[in-house]
Design a protein around this ligand. Structure first.
Ligand code: NAD
Length: 462
């Protein structure tokens, strides 16, 4: 059971204490106000539950800023939770039944927006949490979207290209009436890629009476040849590095002098590594589902990317040494970039970590208990809704290009992305100064302020 402690970071700001505040803790480490909302919307008061953790961070920010109760209630549950089952014929002639999800959390600011995860361990609670984070992220980074997320319970590595195509197309058909270019716009996430997005756009286009002028705008992260945007593939990593460049100086760190490690070397991890290296930083240690590697003289991020694309993982990379999980987390670096799955920095990992800054490339990689430890060690956490918002921002640019039949050059995409990232960082900093809180709480407050303004002006139907 988590304890209701309140830690202090070296900068003297209180931790977000998602599992507890000094004021009025009501057991399990949650505040009384949070428990009241959990009871009203039927959430488990389980400190290990990812969705409860995610909502509790928002509720802490809501308490600090005085968000009206009705908004806390609305945001504590998604608007729609869609679950589908669909059969697909495998290469061997046998049928398998697959489970898919689409959760639409909130659309007060615009159409639902969020990725599709293809992973054997996808559950409704994960998808709900990720959809919730998209609502916060889109609000913070200033794009006109709400939050959604989806996925298929499938391990893409276990299927041939033909099987994956049939799975993806059949899933698209199953949710086709619940998505649309003006209603809900999915994108890639863990396990899904631009080829999958192309199949989704193509399948949806066949159902063209629901697609409007350009049905391919139903999804972003498409290949460049089929409506994709330059810069989308690297966008999340680019946004991570834009955030670092904006935030490191106030922590007395120079990007060009930094050492760093990366957990997860897929899209977000490899692009963060390559772009941070381009700024002069040195990658020392990397981990993924295949293993842990280190080279104190530096690992070339581009060369490692080639190895991973060829072999499927970092294991066996000849220009670094294989190390243990403990050695990986204990490696001394300036910046640690988690870019794998949720809840990977728990108490044991946080206890081992030896860095100055955690830049959350992944969604929800740090548990509240893990974060309390990081803060007690004076480690600054750049929260995911700020740090990894580059992906959805360039997805928004792709959608705008599709809707207006334009193609932007890479310089324009990068420059516009940087503007959004810097502005989101400034809003976060401003909220931190005003509410004297940690950066995660501050990012949530900045996101909630925009949502509050929209609700106040719109009002509630009826
Ligand atoms: P990806 O599938 O390209 O890469 C995932 C990486 O995580 C792989 O390197 C994999 O080996 C690693 N991994 C998986 N399980 C692991 C384990 N148990 N231990 C160590 N490593 C493990 O996915 P991605 O698109 O790079 O997404 C990574 C994270 O970033 C996710 O949290 C995702 O939600 C988030 N994110 C992605 C985007 C995007 O544009 N792709 C945008 C915002 C946030």
């Amino acid at each position: 059971m988590a304890t209701a402690t309140k830690s202090k970071s070296k900068s003297g700001t209180s931790s977000h204490a998602a599992n507890g505040h000094a004021n009025g803790s009501a057991g399990n480490g949650f505040s009384k106000a949070a428990v009241t909302i959990f009871d009203q919307v039927g959430l488990p008061k389980d400190p290990d539950n990812l969705y409860t953790q995610t909502v509790s961070v928002m509720l802490h920010a809501a308490e600090l800023m005085g968000l009206p109760d009705y908004l806390r209630l609305i945001l504590a549950q998604p608007k729609n939770e869609i679950m589908v089952h669909f059969p697909v014929k495998m290469d061997n002639g046998k049928h398998e039944l697959f489970k898919g999800y689409r959760v639409q959390h909130n659309n007060a600011l615009g159409p639902y927006k969020g990725g599709l995860r293809f992973h054997h361990d996808v559950h409704l609670d994960d998808v709900k949490s990720l959809a919730f984070l998209m609502t916060m992220k889109c609000s913070l980074v200033g794009v006109p979207y709400g939050g959604g997320k989806g996925g298929i319970k499938v391990d893409p590595r276990q299927h041939s290209k033909t099987e994956m195509e049939h799975i993806v197309r059949r899933f698209t058909a199953a949710i086709a009436h619940n998505i649309g270019p003006d209603y809900d716009i999915p994108a890639p996430d863990v396990g899904s890629n631009s080829q999958h997005m192309a199949w989704i756009a193509d399948t949806f286009s066949f159902l063209s009476e629901i697609g409007g002028d350009n049905p391919a705008a139903v999804i972003t992260g498409k290949p460049i040849e089929y409506g994709g945007s330059l810069g989308r593939e690297k966008a999340t990593g680019q946004g991570v590095v834009d955030t670092l460049v904006e935030m490191l100086p106030e922590l007395k760190l120079k990007p060009e002098k930094c050492t760093f490690s990366v957990l997860g070397y897929g899209n977000v991890g490899s692009w963060s590594g390559k772009i941070f290296q381009d700024k002069g930083a040195k990658m020392i240690a990397v981990a993924d589902h295949t293993g842990f590697i280190r080279n104190d003289r530096g690992i070339d991020a581009y060369d490692l990317d080639t190895h991973v694309k060829k072999t499927g993982g970092v294991k066996g990379y000849a220009k670094a040494t294989a190390i243990s999980k403990e050695e990986f987390y204990k490696t001394k670096v300036d910046v640690f970039i988690p870019a794998a799955l949720e809840q990977m920095i728990q108490e044991p990992e946080a206890n081992m970590m030896n860095c100055r800054v955690v830049a959350e490339g992944a969604n929800a990689p740090t548990t509240p208990a893990g974060e309390r430890i990081l803060m007690s060690k004076g480690i600054e956490v750049l929260p995911a809704i700020l740090c990894n918002a580059g992906g959805v921002t360039v997805s928004y640019f792709e959608w705008v290009q599709n809707k207006t039949f334009q193609a932007w050059d890479l310089e324009s995409v990068d420059a516009e992305l940087n503007k959004h990232m810097v502005k989101a960082a400034q809003k976060t900093r401003k909220a931190r100064a005003e509410f004297k809180c940690d950066l995660r709480t501050a990012a949530y407050i900045a996101a909630l302020q925009r949502l509050k303004e929209a609700y106040e002006i719109r009002g509630l139907f009826p």
